[in-house]
Every structure is written in structure tokens, then in C-alpha cells.
Design a protein. Structure first.
Length: 390
């Protein structure tokens, strides 16, 4: 008996039962033809029409608003260092004490001369009054009266000169204690106790960097200049900045500076924004991602970013109609704002655009909407190019 003859009716029935589930699975996995079948599983997101911020994205760098180089104003040896490298200091806080014995001695000398010359001024003023009275009585000559006037005026001038010398000496004594001119953080302190500093050498003792408030400077394409200037006039030019490694929300500041000329080599304009920085999240020299929002666009049409597809002739989205068929709608990309894109096209608020599965459907393809799967957020995000638009 051959193998073909050995197949009985019960065997054929058993083979058919085994093949049916596999064929059923293949039928469900294959994309459905237009107009029939169970449909391609897709996820959707509604079209939104409403206010959307205009965002200008750029790369920026954090810069301190003020950096003070600490130098001595008088000659002297450093007697005390009251601060440490990298310490935060407040305005008026003492940092260094110099040897001021010489300046104190000069102050005492000038004060003594001032006392002597004030006594002489008192005597000359008394002589002037006496000779003035004698002149009226024709007892003293006019020449003696004029001499008394000159002596009193000379003594008064000498007293003013002595007062200036005393003030100068007091200032030099005060300069012996070097204080902080701003709130900020110290840099390194190369000179320690025992070093002699001279005003003429102009040697830096340390630096103080202001951290709050702080600036972020960045450049954007010149085409945004009208929008930015209009926002500056309205006082609505908000700027957000964040570093790539900072998990917290972006910090918000105000645009405070627009450069007076466009850089002709790059076609960009330099901007600066000021941020309050009490927790020092922004640090001088850091690279940050900057988002400038000059205004909100009203009645903007936006869809989820993954819904936008690129064809050979134009960009498009696939809309899931109420009868569960897909329809292509050509759109024009305006800009990207966060995880959504602003487009122009024939779209209505609330229409469902296909987000996941748009590549597997064409015009008229039946589709079945399924719940969206939660997506994992990548820890690293690409940094946009300077002046990119969102």
C-alpha cells in the first residue's frame, strides 16, 4: 500500500483541524485590504485648534552678569586672609587685612598738622577783625589791614589742604581691609598671609563672580528679529533655559538685550536673558538649551509629532474617519512645539489622526483603533541646532 492510499478519512479530518488555527493567525496578522477585513490596528490622537506658543530654540551659554577682580589699593603686607577658595561672600564682607601701621602713622601726622593750622587760622582771623576795626578808626594803615586779610585766607587754605590729607590717610587706612563689592563666589586665592602687595603691580588677589542674577547669551536667526523686538516692546519676551543633565523643570527669565547689529558672517543676532538664580542651577560657562517664546499664535492647528509623515511630494497625516477607514490629508509644517507640530491644512478640531500605524495604511484602508501604549522617555535627547525653530 502506498502512502497516498494509507490516508483515511479520520486522518484527513485531524490534519484539517490542526491547520485551521494557524491559518486564522496568519489572516489576523496580515494587513487588511482596502474596504474589507478586520482592519489594521492603529493608535490615534485628536487634532487641536487653539493657542500655541511660538518657540525659538537655540543653544546658549551661561555668563555671569558681573565678575570683580580684587586688587589692593594700597601697598602693604597681607596680615589676615578671612575667606577661603570658592567661598560665597556678601557685599561688604571683609576678606583680607593688610598691615596699615605706616598709613596710621601718616594719619596721625596729618591730624596734628591740621590741629596746628586750625589754631593759626583762629589767630589770623582774630588779627583780621582787630585791624579792620583799627582801620575804621584810622589807627592802622590800609596796608596792614590787607596783610591781615592775606594771612587769614592763607591759613584757611592750609586748613583745607590738611583736611584733605587727613581724609586721604583715613581712606588708605580703610583700604587696608579689603571687602567684597558684590554678592558672589570667590575664585582661587593665590596670595596668602605674608605676601606683600603693591598697588602699582596691579596683581589680582582673587575674583568674585556674581551668580544671582545670571545671564544666558545665545544667537538666533535674523528672521526672528521683528518678532523679538515686538515682544520686547510688549514686555512678553519670556526665555526658558535648562541644562541637559538637570532633571528639574526649565528656569524662566526675561530677555534683556538684543545686539545692535546682525552678525553678517552667520546671519544671527546675539541675545541675552537674565535669570534669578538663588539655587545656582545655572553656572557660568555651562551650555544650556534655550527656548524663547515671543508670543502665542491663536487658532493654531496642531497634531502629535509622530503623526506627521513625509511623502515624495509633501508632508501628510492619515485621518481615521468615523467609518474606520484611513484618509490622507496633505499638510504644511509650520513649526515644532514640544511633542506637537503646528501645521496648515484641511483639518478640523477633534479629528483623529493616526499616530502609530500610519505607515501601514493608505487611502481607504480599514483600521481598528487600539489603546495607546505608554512610551519610555529616553534619558538623552538630541540638542537642536542653534537658532532652530520649534
Amino acid at each position: 500500500m502506498t502512502f497516498r492510499q494509507s490516508l483515511t478519512l479520520p486522518g484527513i479530518a485531524l490534519a484539517a483541524c490542526l491547520l485551521l488555527p494557524a491559518a486564522d493567525a496568519l489572516a489576523q496578522a496580515a494587513p487588511a485590504a482596502p474596504g474589507g477585513g478586520p482592519g489594521v490596528p492603529v493608535t490615534t490622537d485628536p487634532v487641536r485648534i487653539g493657542p500655541m506658543p511660538i518657540e525659538i530654540i537655540a543653544n546658549g551659554i551661561v555668563a555671569p552678569e558681573s565678575v570683580v577682580t580684587v586688587r589692593t589699593r594700597v601697598d602693604g603686607q597681607i596680615e589676615q586672609v578671612l575667606v577661603q577658595d570658592g567661598q560665597m561672600v556678601r557685599r561688604g564682607q571683609p576678606m583680607f587685612v593688610l598691615d596699615t601701621r605706616l598709613n596710621r602713622a601718616l594719619l596721625a601726622q596729618f591730624e596734628a598738622n591740621l590741629t596746628k593750622n586750625r589754631a593759626l587760622l583762629t589767630r589770623f582771623q582774630a588779627d583780621l577783625q582787630r585791624y579792620q576795626q583799627l582801620g575804621r578808626e584810622s589807627v592802622a594803615s590800609q596796608q596792614r589791614f590787607e596783610q591781615a586779610q592775606a594771612d587769614a585766607a592763607s591759613a584757611a587754605a592750609q586748613v583745607k589742604a590738611d583736611e584733605a590729607l587727613v581724609e586721604q590717610a583715613r581712606t588708605n587706612v580703610a583700604y587696608g581691609t579689603i571687602t567684597s563689592d558684590i554678592d558672589g563666589q570667590l575664585g582661587t586665592i593665590p596670595l596668602k598671609v605674608g605676601n606683600f602687595v603693591r598697588q602699582a603691580e596691579n596683581t589680582a588677589i582673587t575674583t568674585i563672580t556674581q551668580l544671582d542674577p545670571i545671564l544666558v547669551q545665545f544667537s538666533v536667526p535674523e528672521r526672528w528679529l521683528p518678532e523679538i523686538r515686538a515682544a520686547m516692546r510688549r514686555g512678553t519676551a519670556q526665555v526658558r533655559a535648562r541644562t541637559e543633565a538637570d532633571p528639574g523643570p526649565a528656569v524662566t527669565g526675561n530677555l534683556v538685550f538684543v545686539d545692535s547689529a546682525v552678525d553678517t558672517t552667520t546671519g544671527t543676532i546675539l541675545l541675552r536673558a537674565r535669570f534669578t538664580n538663588p539655587d545656582h542651577r545655572l553656572w557660568p560657562g555651562q551650555y544650556v538649551q534655550v527656548s524663547l517664546v515671543p508670543r502665542d499664535e491663536q487658532d493654531a492647528i496642531s497634531v502629535a509629532g509622530p503623526a506627521l509623515q513625509t511623502g515624495q511630494e509633501s508632508r501628510y497625516v492619515m485621518v481615521l474617519l468615523p467609518d474606520n477607514t484611513a484618509q490622507r490629508r496633505n499638510v504644511q509644517l509650520v513649526r515644532v512645539t514640544g511633542d506637537r507640530v503646528v501645521v496648515r491644512g484641511e483639518l478640523k478640531a477633534g479629528e483623529k489622526v493616526i499616530v502609530d500605524g500610519a505607515q501601514r495604511v493608505t487611502n481607504g484602508t480599514r483600521a481598528v483603533e487600539r489603546p495607546a501604549q505608554p512610551q519610555r522617555v529616553s534619558s538623552t535627547q538630541p540638542t537642536p541646532a542653534t537658532g532652530a525653530t520649534r
